[in-house]
Design a protein around this ligand. Structure first.
Ligand code: F6R
Ligand code: MG
Ligand code: MG
Length: 367
């Protein structure tokens, strides 16, 4: 890896919360900060930032290693393991929930925690946005990423900025069959939409700028239920986006969230609900264990140091999106256990619903 290259690793896990699946306890945040501070002093990492979105503990780590660096993944694994111990001590709810494997084997991917990582040479100024969600799934980024990188009604830069005018290429993963495919926009826009409109299966993994193949956005794509074979909480994804100077600007990145679009997740991971953009302080999902939340943190990367964050959804101009999300929440909740508020049967496969079906299976008679 070139000397001037740095890597940002955002690694997250739900390792227990209070009172139910609502909020990371401050003791866990404190412990995670202490451990990363020690790693910084030992010069294993350049910088770090610890925060939470609802019941998910989010570690932002900058370092000189590559993506998927076993040393960094081990560090995150150790932080989560120690926080799990603390969570058990405090008898927090769901302690160790996302720690699906017992021992670390070099890469935290596939072990429960979610990961988004990006390596690059720092530009003269390197603004980035980190998105983190609670009570939803990785495909929740499909809609805003499409709007940010392919919709000129959202991002005027696609028309005005010479670097963006050549469009962007989307790598999409089929998380059920573990396959990937690339769509070059604007040419392949309709084909891209044919897939990413099914966010439970097709998930945008990363985006590059056609002008120069610059990697500009990455997401986490873990499907916990597929690792565990049962429902173990939603995946609550993260995403890193590079901004400005020939890339979408901060305003073009935040704009899609002004409309609280529907995502899957919410209570028992089994309900569609509005995705509410909130400040860090407001990321406390308690109504029907939600509604699903998204926070956006802006940082400047300065020689790998994290300058920030700016809490982007703290802006009062997102108040109306929150109000609208609350109105949509009322409307969706009115449906109670009926679709389309409750998810279709295929999506309930990894919940405990099959057990209920099993219980009455002998009572069915031929019509
Ligand atoms: C959704 C979520 C919660 C739980 C619910 C039941 O992602 O985490 O809505 O599904 O609180 O939790 P348990 O089964 O642990 O009582
Ligand atoms: Mg939880
Ligand atoms: Mg969560």
């Amino acid at each position: 890896m070139k000397d001037s290259k740095i890597t940002i690793s955002v690694i997250k896990s739900d390792i227990g919360s209070y009172v139910g699946h609502n909020l990371v306890h401050p003791e866990l945040i404190k412990l995670a900060k202490e451990e990363l501070e020690k790693a910084k002093k030992r010069k294993e990492i350049i910088d770090y930032f610890v925060f939470n979105c609802g019941d998910d503990l989010e570690l932002v780590i900058t370092h000189k290693g590559p993506e998927e660096d076993p040393k960094i993944h081990r560090l995150a694994w150790n932080v989560f393991t120690d926080c799990t111990k603390k969570a058990k001590e405090l008898k927090l709810y769901g302690a160790g929930q996302d720690m699906l494997k017992d021992s670390f084997s070099g890469n935290i991917k596939g072990m429960g925690p979610g990961v988004a990582e990006i390596s690059f040479e720092e530009r003269p100024s390197e603004p980035i946005v980190i998105l983190a969600a609670d009570k939803t799934e990785p495909g929740a980024w499909n809609y805003p990423l499409f709007k940010i990188f392919a919709d000129p009604f959202t991002n005027p830069g696609l028309i005005i900025s010479p670097e963006m005018n050549e469009g962007f290429t989307f790598e999409v993963h089929d998380v059920l069959e573990s396959k990937k495919i690339k769509f070059k926009c604007p040419e392949d826009m309709y084909d891209l939409l044919a897939f990413i409109g099914t966010p439970g299966r097709y998930v945008i993994k990363c985006i590059t700028r056609n002008h120069d193949n610059l990697l500009c956005a990455v997401t986490s794509t873990t499907r916990l239920s597929l690792i565990a074979g049962k429902y173990v909480g939603k995946d609550d994804p993260v995403c890193i986006i590079r901004a400005q100077h020939g890339l979408p600007d901060i305003g073009e990145i935040t704009e899609p969230f002004a409309q609280p679009y529907l995502v899957e997740g919410w209570n028992r991971g089994s309900h569609a609900g509005p995705f509410m953009p909130v400040s860090l302080e407001q990321a406390v999902p308690t109504r029907f264990d939600g509604p699903p939340r998204v926070v956006a943190l802006g940082f400047i990367i300065q020689k790998g140091n994290l300058i920030g964050p700016l809490d982007l959804f703290k802006d009062v101009s997102f108040d109306r999106a929150r109000q609208k999300a609350n109105e949509i929440a009322d409307y969706m909740r009115m449906h109670g256990p009926f679709q389309p508020h409750r998810l279709p049967e295929s999506d309930m496969e990894y919940t405990s619903l099959p057990k209920i079906k099993e219980k009455v299976k002998d009572r069915w008679k031929e019509v």
